[in-house]
Each structure stands twice: as structure tokens, then as C-alpha cells.
Design a protein around this ligand. Structure first.
Ligand SMILES: NC(=O)c1ccc[n+]([C@@H]2O[C@H](COP(=O)([O-])OP(=O)(O)OC[C@H]3O[C@@H](n4cnc5c(N)ncnc54)[C@H](OP(=O)(O)O)[C@@H]3O)[C@@H](O)[C@H]2O)c1
Length: 231
């Protein structure tokens, strides 16, 4: 797909991988809209990108009405990148129910809600691209990640089913399955990790740009992205 002037929506586009993708897409001449929770990260993102083509909205993907107000404001969306996510590690018996709800609601229901809001416009135009950021935890069981894995396996299942539903259309759906990246995901969850040698989000973003630029309707373009030094 030629990316110039395409209108993009990235959930969780105010930091980490989502922000790296936003920066790359601005360089490609796209109109980039991002959603994030923290005012601080929204301000930082706007300061760094500082372009008329970049808009950052405060919104919580768990709140359907809030996201609807944003998607209504944005209007046409050519490419949706469902990327917002939160992290949790530990033993199931130690999790509170509110923590479990948060992980499932942000990582899984957030993807479903945002897609449900954006899809009708894409169907009307018979055009679009939906890229869902799952994780290696969405295809491989991991120790002490029961709920995080459940949320990401959910994204994988949702993505693959949606892909089937839309096979006869011009709307592409892809899953993206990164391994460990050097972002603040873990720190924000109060569980800092030694991730100095993990993948740079700016490099991983390049793979996403590669996927979006493919225009062959026959290709299945899911990508698993691993750190050679770690995995
Ligand atoms: N880092 C890794 O090793 C890794 C590996 C595999 C997959 N992933 C996945 O990659 C995606 C991006 O994560 P990241 O590593 O880049 O982490 P990150 O830097 O923490 O970015 C996460 C983004 O999601 C936003 N977000 C979180 N909860 C939200 C909510 N309820 N509503 C709206 N936005 C929300 C955050 O906004 P705020 O900053 O305002 O909180 C932030 O912009 C996630 O889906 C994550 O599960 C990460």
C-alpha cells in the first residue's frame, strides 16, 4: 500500500512501539492519530513529533463511548493499528479480580471495541488495513503469564477469525507477534525488567511499516519478530 496521505489510528501510540510506528508513519507522509492514557505522554509525543499531520487523543480503550467520540472526530481511517496494552506477570492465585479485568479489558476488549468502531467505514469503502499487536505470548505459553497470555491469545483468535470474515473484501487483517522490546511496559506495571538488550521499538516499527507497504492481496503477512540475542 502507498502510505502517503493515508489516515492512521494507533491505539497506545503515545509511547513505546506505538509511538515508534507513529514517528515512522509521519515520515512516510501519513496523517497519524494516536490514543493514549497519560496526559504527560500525550504532551511529550506532540512535542517530539510536532507536525500538523499528528494528533494525539486522550482515551481509554476500555471505554467504548470514549473511543467512539475519538473515531467519530477522526472520520475516515485507512489503517488501524491496535497496539495499546498493559503487562502482568505472576501467579494466578495472587492476582486481584480487578487486575485480571484490567488486562483482559485493555489487551483484548480494547482491540475488539476499537475494531468494531472502525470496521464499518472500511467495509463501506471496501478498503483498509487492521494490524493487531499481539505478542509471542499470544502464540506460546509462558510461565506466570496466565492472564497476559489469555489476553494475547484472545487477540490472536480475534485477528484470525476477523481475517476469515474479511477474506472476500479489500480489507487486510494482520497479526503482529513481537518478542521482548525495550519499552516502559513493565515499569508501568510496577514490574521493571532488565530489558536493556531487548529489541529497539524503532527497529520493530520498521517491520510494521514493511507489512503496511505490501500491496499483494494474496500474501498472508503476519509477522513474528524475535530478538536473535535473546530468543
Ligand atoms: N515491550 C514488550 O516487550 C512487548 C512484547 C510483546 C508485545 N508487546 C505489546 O506491544 C504493545 C505496545 O507495548 P509497549 O511495549 O510499546 O508498551 P508501552 O510503551 O507501555 O506502550 C503501551 C501504550 O498503550 C497505551 N495504553 C495502555 N493502556 C491503555 C488504555 N487503557 N487505553 C489507551 N491506551 C492505553 C499506553 O498509554 P500510556 O503511556 O498513557 O499508559 C502506551 O501508549 C502492547 O500491546 C504490548 O502488550 C510488548
Amino acid at each position: 500500500m502507498e502510505l502517503k496521505e493515508k489516515k492512521i489510528l494507533i491505539t497506545g501510540g503515545t509511547s513505546g512501539l506505538g509511538f515508534s510506528v507513529a514517528k515512522s508513519l509521519i515520515k512516510k507522509g501519513c496523517l497519524v492519530n494516536v490514543i493514549g492514557r497519560s496526559e504527560d505522554n500525550i504532551k511529550k509525543a506532540k512535542k517530539i513529533i510536532s507536525s500538523k499531520s499528528f494528533k494525539a487523543f486522550k482515551g481509554d480503550v476500555r471505554n467504548y463511548e470514549e473511543i467512539k467520540r475519538i473515531t467519530d472526530k477522526v472520520g475516515r481511517i485507512d489503517i488501524l493499528i491496535n497496539n495499546a496494552g498493559v503487562w502482568l506477570k505472576g501467579k494466578l492465585q495472587d492476582y486481584s479480580c480487578s487486575k485480571i479485568d484490567e488486562i483482559i479489558d485493555v489487551n483484548l476488549k480494547g482491540v475488539i471495541y476499537t475494531t468494531k468502531l472502525v470496521l464499518p467505514g472500511m467495509i463501506k469503502r471496501n478498503e483498509g488495513f487492521i494490524l493487531n499487536v499481539s505478542s509471542t505470548s499470544g502464540i506460546t505459553p509462558k510461565n506466570e503469564q496466565t492472564v497476559y497470555c489469555a489476553s494475547k491469545y484472545g487477540v490472536t483468535g480475534f485477528t484470525n477469525s476477523l481475517k476469515k470474515d474479511l477474506l472476500s473484501t479489500n480489507i487486510k487483517v494482520a497479526g503482529f507477534y513481537p518478542g521482548g522490546m525495550k519499552t516502559k511496559l513493565f515499569e508501568k506495571a510496577g514490574m521493571p525488567i532488565k530489558n536493556k538488550n531487548w529489541m529497539e521499538p524503532d527497529k520493530v516499527a520498521k517491520v510494521i511499516i514493511f507489512i503496511l507497504e505490501q500491496d499483494d492481496q494474496e500474501l498472508i503477512i503476519d509477522h513474528l519478530v524475535l530478538n536473535r540475542r535473546r530468543e
